[in-house]
Design a protein around this ligand. Sequence first.
Ligand code: MG
Length: 247
Amino acid sequence: MKKLIYLLGVWPILTCAGQAADRSSFDPKVTEVWEWKPAKVTPGKNPGDAPSDAIALFDGKDLSKWTTLAGSDASWNIIDGALTVTKGKGDIKTRQTFGDMQLHIEWRTPADVVGEGQGRGNSGIFLQERYELQVLDSYESVTYSNGQAGSIYKQSVPLVNACLKPGEWQSYDVLYTAPRFSDNGRVIVPAYVTVLQNGILIQNHIQILGTTEFKGFPVYRPHGKASIQLQDHGNPVSYRNIWVREL
Ligand code: MG
């Protein structure tokens, strides 16, 4: 690590010097990093499988890692390994809190299509309980673009519509960097997020502007680590194979 820090420090000098100097006498070992060894992680067997260092949040069997927003045991239905929004039970959130993370989550809107726009297969994944990655049936249903599936709700339109048909399982792979706040609560660095839907890039390192707001504009309020929250929007959207890696 010391060598890495040293290299970062001398890099501008080396870069400037290198532009003019003959590099033939430069020892290539100077720019090699040996002390810092990345931890070994074993990938899952199939795409979407959790790697060896992931935390499984829902493996198809129980909801022990989830609570209601009030903190009591979560009680959405689990049928055939799928966790389904149970209307009126409210949002659920993970017991464990997270900051920077890699999240994998699979979701399915109902095959029996009911409703239109925001009323068709609506749920959502709130990163740190505040920033909603929209879940919606947007296969053929039209709504405002910054509210369709894959949007950061009312903030960022997905790059493309990568939705599968209602009733089919889809995936989000999310790379999230939490916001940083100063001691007096000001934003030092905002949150950033990258999202792949069904393997297709739909949000490319976009800056999150603040909390998801249905009315009005986003705003940042300081917070630390927080849960992953799933939305009960009254539609029976299902989830499975949810895992996270803390970064
Ligand atoms: Mg939603």
